[in-house]
Ligand binder design. Structure first.
Ligand code: R5P
Length: 297
């Protein structure tokens, strides 16, 4: 049955977007961005494809260039009589600046949430980085829904790794690692991390003597500079464990992070397709479709 809705994305997010539209049996269309010589942009849609409910599907990776066109898109859709505009952002940006880390800084998570809440009627995302902010409702004033990637990550581990030992690089990762270990019926350890700066991270030495025959699987929600995982790998090298498989839900891979992770000794790097990358082996489209089907926005 055709869902009376539109899924729209900008061209660079279109493989997961078209797949989701297909699964929903909804209309799929691409919004175009025209950049003027002065650096300003104009968003154009095909009005004949717009239904009352519109899902705008865009991962908010490198958000600063993307967000203005995204807001213009929401405005344009509203002008063309879309009644409900739901942002599906498989990766939700600006969740990590959730407090004033240094005097004089702003709390971007809050400002960003205010902006998105003004233009959209609902938000669906995958594992937003909830740390000091415990729920999206604390900062978003629109209804929101956070999908957990853990079940599809657990399936991937189950189907691909024999005898895993789950390793979380810091206390924030314990929630996921504990669940994944339960699903895989495997042991887990969680290390301690101290971040000294964007590119400087210190991680405690893991106690793993009991599990030397297992395959270490490092898991984190985000791989950005890769420093957290690289430091963990350095420590694992001081044990007799095999080279680890590194799994991240959101593979941001700033700079050469992916190459550096491989050079540091990861046997494999795997991510979910919340951000398009050749390491995407975990498909998040099905849980997104299930969540959309249950939305009561
Ligand atoms: C931190 O709070 C997150 O859970 C990740 O550990 C962090 O974003 C990883 O960043 P990076 O790859 O830059 O060490």
């Amino acid at each position: 049955m055709q869902m009376d809705a539109t899924v729209i994305s900008f061209a660079d997010n279109n493989s997961i977007a078209s797949h989701i539209a297909n699964q929903l049996n909804a209309i799929y269309t691409i919004a175009k961005i025209h950049e003027f010589p002065d650096g300003e942009s104009c968003v154009r849609i095909d009005p004949s494809k717009i239904r009352d409910t519109v899902f705008v599907l865009n991962s908010l990776y490198h958000p600063d260039q993307l967000v203005l066109p995204l807001l213009f898109l929401a405005g344009t859709l509203r002008d063309y009589k879309a009644k409900k505009i739901v942002l599906i952002a498989p990766y939700l940006a600006y969740m990590r600046q959730d407090k004033r880390f240094n005097e004089g800084e702003g709390i971007s998570a809050r400002y960003f949430a205010r902006l998105i809440s003004e233009y959209f009627d609902g938000l669906v995302t995958v594992d937003p980085h909830l740390h000091r902010i415990k729920s999206l409702d604390e900062i978003y004033t629109i209804p929101s829904h956070a999908i957990h990637a853990a079940p599809v990550v657990a399936d991937w581990i189950y189907n691909n790794i024999k005898q895993p030992l789950l390793i979380g690089p810091d206390s924030e990762s314990e929630q996921w690692v504990k669940y994944l270990a339960q699903m895989a019926q495997s042991p887990y350890v969680v290390l301690e991390k101290i971040r000294h700066g964007d590119n400087k991270v210190e991680v405690s030495l893991p106690q793993v003597q009991k599990w030397l025959k297992h395959t270490p699987v490092l898991f984190d929600d985000i791989i950005s500079t890769g420093r957290t995982m690289i430091e963990t790998i350095k420590h694992l090298k001081q044990t007799d464990l095999a080279a680890p498989v590194c799994i991240g839900v959101h593979g941001i891979f700033s700079g050469n992070a992916y190459q550096e992770l491989v050079a540091a000794g990861a046997s494999k790097v795997v991510t979910a397709n919340t951000i398009e990358h050749h390491s995407n082996e975990i498909n998040i489209a099905i849980p997104i479709v299930q969540a959309i089907n249950q939305l009561k926005f």
